[in-house]
Design a protein around this ligand. Structure first.
Ligand SMILES: C[S@@+](CC[C@H](N)C(=O)[O-])C[C@H]1O[C@@H](n2cnc3c(N)ncnc32)[C@H](O)[C@@H]1O
Length: 267
């Protein structure tokens, strides 16, 4: 299963929806309501790396209305799927674009810039350039599900720490935006947005995975094993032993994957 396929995004969505911090979403919608212009109530949200529209779905579940969604996504198939799922009920403008071409992103007039499961793939220079285009007096930033480098498994295995360290090292690999921030992305966003004068709220939004997420766990375990295959500290046999143990315990184990949600509101 490829990392940004519809199947993978669908597989993670239930865990993502459960993990997203509901107070942060409510705070964002409350701010949008207060900022609404009674003559022209539509608010503009630009969702970066939108996939099939998971942020739109999450905020709709939280009661969002009157939002014009500008979905920005490199992969046309994902955008088509977002339009197929939501094009009739929601106002959507679709932009098939590379986020790296920051000067061409459709940010003009935006009330919210949102992204989920995206910023940990990006780099410090990408975030700096993006924030330079955002008006901190008018535009909220909602960054959900940023991986924080923590993963806890039960039952424990003696290689868990080594595998996690190697996986976190792999998270820093360039994912198309320059050296990735990976687990450091929330701290980086926090200081960069604070420096622009934003009021910040941060909240943990971990995946809590049990046997009911067996397919997601299977893909996660395989993905981790593949990501660490070249790690100096782990032999192929050790990785296979860890993978087999983890897969054997999908039915009776538990896994927590740490993420953070962040909301930056204009002062
Ligand atoms: C981990 S997925 C998250 C998708 C969606 N936000 C979600 O939470 O389901 C990251 C998304 O960013 C998109 N993406 C990655 N690099 C991109 C780029 N350079 N420009 C635009 N989109 C990109 C991928 O195609 C993918 O849909």
């Amino acid at each position: 299963m490829s990392s940004f396929s519809i199947a993978w995004l669908d597989l993670r969505e239930a865990a993502d929806i459960a993990a997203r911090d509901k107070n942060i979403a409510a705070q964002l919608l409350n701010w949008l309501g207060q900022a609404a212009d009674p003559v022209s109530p539509d608010r503009i949200a630009v969702d970066l790396g939108a996939g099939t529209g998971s942020t739109l779905r999450a905020l709709n579940k939280s009661g969002a209305s009157n939002i014009v969604w500008r979905l920005v996504e490199l992969d046309g198939k994902l955008l088509d799927e977002a339009l197929r799922r939501h094009g009739k009920q929601c106002l959507i403008e679709d932009y098939q674009a590379d986020l790296n071409i920051i000067e061409e992103l459709p940010l003009t007039g935006a009330h919210i810039i949102s992204a989920s499961a995206l910023f940990d793939l990006t780099s410090a220079s990408f975030i700096d350039a993006l924030l330079a285009r955002i008006d901190a007096r008018k535009t909220a930033v909602y960054a959900a599900l940023n991986y924080d480098g923590t993963t806890h498994w039960t039952p424990a295995h003696s290689l868990d720490e080594k595998v996690l360290a190697a996986f976190n090292q792999d998270q820093l690999r360039d994912k198309g935006f320059g050296p990735a921030l990976g687990p450091d992305c929330t701290a980086y966003l926090q200081q960069a947005l604070s420096a622009k004068g934003y009021n910040l709220t941060l909240s943990p939004s971990p995946w809590q995975l049990t046997a009911q997420h067996s397919e997601l766990l299977r893909e996660l375990i395989s993905g981790i094993a593949t990501a660490v295959v070249n790690a100096d500290e782990l032999t192929v046999e050790a990785i296979l032993e860890w993978k087999d143990f983890r897969i054997a315990h999908i039915g009776d184990g538990h896994c927590t994957v740490g993420h953070w949600d962040l909301l930056a509101l204009p002062d």
